[in-house]
Design a binder for this molecule. Sequence first.
Ligand SMILES: [Zn+2]
Ligand SMILES: [Zn+2]
Length: 653
Amino acid sequence: MSQITVTLPDGSSRKLAAGAPVRAVAEAISPGLAKAALAAIVDGKLVDLACPLNADASVTIVTDRSPEALMLARHSTAHLLAAAVTNLFPTVQCGIGPATDEGFFYDFIVPRPFVPDDLEKIEAKMHEFARADYVYERQMWPRDEAKAFFAARGEPLKVQLIDEKTEGQHDVSCYTIKDKDTFIDFCVGPHVPSTGKLKAFKLTSTSNAYWKGDARNPAMQRVYGTAFLSEKDLKAHLTQLEEAKKRDHRKVGREIGLFMFHPWAPGAAFWQEKGTTLYNVLADYMRGVLLPNGYVEVKTPLIYNKALWETSGHWDHYRQNMFLVQGSEHEQMGVKAMNCPGHYLLYSGQAHSYRELPIRFHEQTPLHRNEESGVLGGLTRVRQFSQDDGHCFVTQEQIGDEVERMLGLIRRVYGDFGLEYAAKLSTRPAEFLGEVATWDSAESQLKAALDRAGQAYTINEGDGAFYGPKIDFDVTDAIGRKWQCATIQLDYNAPQRFELTYTGADNAEHRPVVIHRAIFGSFERFIAILIEHYNGAFPLWLAPVQAVVLPISDRHLGYAASVRDRLEAAGLRASLDERQEKIGYKIREAQLQKIPYMLVVGDKESAEGTVSVRSRSGGDFGPDTIDGFMTKAREEVRSKGQVPVGHAAPGVA
Ligand SMILES: [Zn+2]
Ligand SMILES: [Zn+2]
C-alpha cells in the first residue's frame, strides 16, 4: 500500500496510508486530539475529518480553539435546525442555511409561519438529535441522480441550487445526518463530524424572507439561531442580545422622541426636534474637529448627469443602488450615493500646485442609496443618510503623514464618546490597479503611520480594494458589540478616471492620490450606535435637552421661565415643564426622557434665586444658585462627561 507524508503545523511529519481519512492524522497524534477534532485544514482548505488524504499534504487539525471552529459549528447547527424542522414538519421545503457573524439562519418555505411554540419544539428536537450524536456523512451523488432525488421529494429549490452551483460537475456532495431518511441536504460542506459536537445553541427569532432575498421569488420564513463552542460563550451572547433588545435604538428613539419613519418615505428618517438637535450637535462637533485640522467644508450638488456616473464607474457597477431621475428631455440624472465624484469635479475646477497639497474636503450633505425596502430597519439600514465624509488629495509621499493625522483625529473622536476601537489594515488583493512598487510604498507608509500613532492593528492580507489599501475601524459599544465605523481608503483609480492633476516642484503634471475617509461613517448609523451605547442617556454635551426646569406649582411658573431663559442665554439646552401635574410625576417623566438634570423650583427657590438640582439617575444634589449650576454644567459639557463634575450641595463642594 502506498504511503503519503503529512506535515503538521509544528513542522513534524507523519506517514499514513494513502486514502486514509484526515481524522487518522489526529488519531496518530493523540487520542485527546482525535476526540477534540472538529475538522481539518488540508493545504489551506477546510475539510471534513472524513476527507481522504490521497497525496502528501500539510494538515492542521481544527478544534474548538481554532478560529475556523465557530463558523463551522454554526453552519453545522443550521443543518441540525433543518433536520429538526423537516422531522417535525415534513411538508416544509428547505432553502439555504449559512453561518453569520451572529449565529446562523435557515430559510424555509412553510405551509404556515412558525410560532414561538414551534421554535421551542424545534429546539428540543435539535437537542435530541445532538444527544443522539448522529454522524454528518458526506456522500457523492451523480449530479442527475441528486437532482432527480430532490425533485421527487418536492424540493425544487435544492434542484435549482445544484443547477447553479455545480455546473459541469459530474458528482455533487450531499450531506446526511444519521441517514438520508433522517436528513439530507445538498451542501459543499464542511461540517463537524457528528451532531454530538454541537451543544451550545439557541433559536432566537424568525422573520419573513424571500428566496435569494428577491421579493419576486417565493416567500420564505427565516429562522435565526445562534451557536457557540461553549455554554459560557452562548450565555454571554444571549445576555448581550437581551441588553441589546432593551437598548434597541428604534424603541429608545421613539420613547425619547428623536425620530420617526413613515411608509411613504421608506428608509428616510423624520428627525423630530430632539433628534434634529442631536444630529446638529454631532455635525457641529465634527466640524469643530475637522476644520481646525486643515479640512474645508464644501457643499456639492445632490443630482448629477449620468456622464459623471459613467466617468466614476458607478453607472456600470452601482446604478441599481442609485435613484435615477429624469432631468429635462434626454437628460438622465442620478442622485448621488456618495460624495467622492462631486469632490473630484470640485478639485479639478481649478489648477493645483504641490504647495497646496494636501487639500482636504469635508461634506455632510445627504446621500441616497436605493436599498431594497425589505432590508430597511431603523437608522442602521436607510436610503437617505449623511456622512462625515472627507476626501484628501495628497502626493504619494504625503500618504503616511496624512494617515497619521487621521489616526489622531479618530483617536480623539472615539475617546470623546468613550468608544473602544480596533484597526485593521487591508493590503493588496490578487486583482489590483497600478504598480506593485506603488502599493508597497503605500502599504509601508500606512504601517509606519499606524506605528508612529501607537495604533495597534491587525492585517487582512489581500483584502484591500482593487484601487488601494485601506484601514477599517471597529468600535465596541457599552455592551460589547462591534460596529464598523471609521475608514481610511486610499484610491489610485479615481484620480486617473477623473484625470486629476497637480503641478509638481519639477513643473510637470502629477497625479494626486485620493484618501476617502470618515470617522462616524454615516450620521444616522452612528446615532443608532450612540443611542444603544448610552441606552438613550446621552452625556450632557450630547443630550438634546440638558436640563428641564420643573415648577412645583403654577405660582412658580414665572420664576421657572426666567431660570430656563438664563440657561438658554448661557448656551445650555433647557426646557420648561409647565404642565399642571404633580412634581413627582414631572420628575419621573423627565427621568424617562433621560434628561440629565432636573431643576425643581418652588417657594424657597423662587425667594432665594436658587434651583434644586436632581439628576436622571435619581441623585438629589440639593439647592444651588443658577450661576453655580450653569458653571458646573458648562464644565461637564466641556469635558464631554469624561470627567463628571457632579453637583454637590453648596458648602460641600
Ligand atoms: Zn452545509
Ligand atoms: Zn469617497
